[in-house]
Ligand binder design. Structure first.
Ligand code: PMP
Ligand code: GLN
Length: 379
């Protein structure tokens, strides 16, 4: 058939994980923990399976899970969404982002996102017939240039996609950033898709600046979350989005025929976990900060320069003292000759990104982080 996405190959995460396996390397590339999620959560899944909760869940998600999310949202952001109309359980954040983009974008609509940007936004925009306008953020700070953003807005701008804490740069927005964004969209008919999958892995002093804290902006936004990140269960493929009723109604039409509903006993186990163990997500910044610091300290004596990580489970390192190779070639070399798999940043950019930066995932056991640091110190 004629390809609808001719420029696209297998994504970088699958490629690098396959290379890590081939070369028996330590895999700090694809973002996933090498430790298991909470025992209570795994036990609750067994219980719900054994008790026979194995038929279709409601299309929008089980009431137990949607209600637990409402309570968690209130605890985290001081805002109570409506469980019936606002929350839709999806197959990971990936499905949530796809249905959000598909619901909002029509042929010819322009969608603004910030590069380096997570890889699933642009293909969904393209399939919807939209036009991606990608604004590059510049290292080492990767801060949004608000006047540049304002300059990119036209009558056709339909959506701005934001992501905080940000994959792959590990930067996080402040509440002032959210307010700046509101000032730009307030007078225009522009929607915001806010990818907040790392909402509970934020090390910023004031915590995570969720769009859900902003009373006006949240009326215009679809906010996306992922249990894969929060409960160390990327393989369970459960996420959700929250949006005002009128927007949710549209994205649910797509969800209804894409996946219809998400695995019932998994939803029930997640609801139990949210209700019974709020301390899990509340302690996540501390849990991951220790891992971040361990890897950073392990690299302190290396020739790699570690950039600050304000959130996510990623750390950027600058390898310009070590090699002149571009980032893709350097990652290939690294996995083959040093036995560590990492992710190049240029693959997340539409325009050339000539910086010598790679991304390392620290969602790993201490022993894994120490072994990787030891290898990287030999560079
Ligand atoms: N957005 C970002 C920024 C991510 O890093 C990820 C996961 N790597 C996703 C979305 C997708 O999350 P999920 O695994 O829940 O589909
Ligand atoms: N989000 C993960 C990362 O950034 C990977 C997700 C995937 O492999 N699709 O590494």
């Amino acid at each position: 058939p004629q390809s609808k996405l001719p420029a696209l190959g297998t994504n970088i995460f699958s490629q690098m994980s396959a290379l890590a396996q081939k070369h028996n390397a330590i895999n700090l590339s694809q973002g996933f923990p090498d430790f298991d999620g909470p025992e209570y959560l795994r036990q609750r899944l067994s219980v719900h399976v054994a008790e026979g909760s194995n038929q279709y869940a409601p299309m929008t998600g089980t009431a137990a899970l949607r209600n637990a999310i409402v309570d968690k949202t209130e605890q985290a952001y001081g805002y109570r969404p409506d469980a019936e109309t606002d929350i839709t359980i999806t197959s990971g954040a990936t499905e949530a982002l796809y249905i959000a983009i598909t619901a909002l974008v029509s042929p010819g609509d322009e969608v603004i996102s910030f590069d380096p940007s997570y890889d699933c936004y642009a293909p969904a925009v393209q399939l919807a017939g939209g036009v991606s306008k990608r604004i590059q953020l510049l290292p080492p700070e990767f801060r949004v240039d608000w006047s540049k953003l304002a300059d990119q807005i036209t009558d056709r701008t339909k959506v701005i996609i934001i992501n905080t804490p940000h994959n792959p740069t590990a930067t996080a927005w402040s509440e002032q950033d959210v307010e700046r964004l509101w000032q730009i969209v307030a007078e225009r008919n522009i929607f915001v898709i806010s990818d907040e999958v790392y909402e509970h892995i934020c090390f910023a002093q004031d915590g995570h600046a969720s769009v859900l804290r902003h009373p006006q902006l949240r009326q215009r936004a679809i906010t996306v979350s992922s249990f894969g990140k929060t409960f160390h269960m990327t393989g369970w493929r459960v996420g959700y989005c929250q949006a005002p009723a009128a927007i949710s109604a549209e994205l649910r039409k797509i969800h209804q025929f894409l996946t219809f509903a998400i695995t019932t006993p998994v939803q029930l186990a997640l609801a139990d976990m949210l209700r019974e163990h709020p301390e899990h997500w509340q302690a996540l910044p501390e849990f991951y900060q220790a891992k971040r610091d361990r890897l950073a300290q392990g690299l302190a004596k290396s020739r790699l320069k570690v950039l600050p990580s304000e959130g996510t489970y990623f750390l950027l390192v600058d390898y310009s003292e070590v090699s002149d190779l571009d980032d893709v070639a350097f990652c290939q070399w690294l996995v083959e000759h040093v036995g560590v798999a990492a992710i190049p940043l240029s693959v997340f950019c539409a325009d050339p990104f000539p910086h010598k930066l790679i991304r390392l995932c620290f969602a790993k056991k201490e022993a894994t982080l120490d072994a990787a640091a030891e290898r990287l110190c030999q560079l």
